[in-house]
Design a protein around this ligand. Structure first.
Ligand SMILES: NC(=O)c1ccc[n+]([C@@H]2O[C@H](COP(=O)([O-])OP(=O)(O)OC[C@H]3O[C@@H](n4cnc5c(N)ncnc54)[C@H](O)[C@@H]3O)[C@@H](O)[C@H]2O)c1
Length: 336
């Protein structure tokens, strides 16, 4: 069955629903006729904002709360058909600056959500947003889901732990879960107040404001970048396909593009901005994974889809969104 008809009338909870990925999912699911509830605690340091749901705010239920709240989670998961589980933060740097907050949300919070499902709604299906950073530095490319997991950051370690919780609740308690290891998503509704939310949108934002796009070293490290609409397609297929249950799947484009080329395309899309190469800061080098390209063969086979948006096309759509919403969204200042 296609997602066009499948989600009509389905009761869906999106944790982290005011954030970049969650709100894009919300817009799509509302269009598909789902009954959508959003749960978000709107942490200052994260990317969420109510502006992300402008246009659908009266068609979704918005709950301001925390996945770490036991009573609330039981109420929120009750009666839902699907949970798109995105609550968390995106920055490996933040995970090192405030390790206990990252641990608390990514591990205790996720365990709380799973246990609430076990207690009051074991029939629900959960799609969990993990990250390519669970792999660490790849030994070869492209990286399949079976590759070694040696995270270089606490963020990656905590995501890997949360993955294991989800898989254990599937194996031991029959709660249907799918893990998506997301690469580098970009596109409308990502916070661009600084660079920690996503490299592609950040480079585009710097270019749009006529600033300098600083690349470490040659900028030759490859990234697997994924347009948000393609990522939303992957989430929806993972939800509707029973054959995906219990799987860990890469959610990427399967294409590696050097950062320098991404920056050049951002400058081209914006029609302004300039690129500068600077030395690698040693702290950054320690956490750098090197080239990353996801092997999306298993994901495409199980979900029956392949991402279709080219980088120039995605950048043009992101540019149009940010230009249309100038003044409404929080944007960072251009670097001098
Ligand atoms: N954007 C990326 O590059 C990327 C890559 C891989 C994985 N992910 C994961 O995908 C998920 C969504 O990312 P995003 O880019 O939309 O980030 P985002 O910061 O835009 O959105 C995350 C949302 O989660 C909310 N949140 C955080 N802690 C919460 C809690 N305890 N209870 C309820 N809500 C909470 C935040 O307020 C925010 O609105 C995150 O878990 C992130 O780790 C993101």
């Amino acid at each position: 069955m296609s997602s066009e008809s499948y989600f009509r009338g389905r009761r869906v909870l999106i944790t982290g629903g005011l954030g970049f990925i969650g709100s894009n999912l919300a817009h799509r699911l509302v269009k598909l006729g789902a009954e959508v509830s959003l749960l978000d605690v709107l942490l200052e340091s994260n990317g969420g904002t109510p502006i992300n749901i402008q246009g659908i705010e009266h068609r979704v239920e918005t709950i301001f709360g925390d996945i770490r709240d036991r009573d609330l989670m039981q109420r929120c998961v009750s009666g839902k058909d699907f949970i798109f589980n995105l609550a968390g933060q995106v920055s490996y740097k933040d995970s090192l600056e405030d390790p206990f907050l990252d641990l608390d949300i990514s591990c205790s919070g996720q365990l709380n959500l799973l246990q609430a499902c076990r207690l009051v709604n074991p029939q629900v299906k959960i799609i969990f947003a993990s990250s390519r950073l669970v792999y660490g530095k790849p030994l070869s490319l492209p990286v399949p889901e079976t590759a070694a997991t040696e995270p270089l950051t606490l963020y990656g370690i905590h995501k890997l732990t949360a993955e294991k919780y989800h898989l254990l609740y599937w194996k031991n308690f029959g709660i249907r879960t799918v893990i998506l290891r997301i690469t580098n998503p970009y596109g409308p509704r990502q916070n661009v107040k600084n660079g920690k939310y996503g490299i592609v949108n950040w480079l585009l934002q710097l270019a749009l404001s006529g600033g300098t796009l600083r690349l470490y070293g040659e900028g030759s490290q490859k990234r697997d970048v994924l347009f948000i609409d393609d990522l939303v397609d992957i989430f929806l297929e993972a939800a509707l396909r029973e054959s995906a249950n219990g799987h860990v799947l890469n959610a990427g484009s399967g294409i590696g593009i050097p950062l320098k080329e991404i920056a050049e395309m951002a400058v081209q899309a914006a029609g302004r901005g300039r690129i500068e190469h600077v030395d690698w800061p040693s702290a950054e080098q320690q956490m750098e994974t090197g080239d990353f390209v996801a092997d999306i063969g298993t994901m495409s086979k199980i979900l029956g889809i392949t991402p279709k948006t080219s980088l120039p096309e995605g950048l043009a759509r992101a540019r149009d969104y940010y230009l249309r919403n100038q003044g409404k969204i929080i944007v960072g200042a251009a670097m001098p």
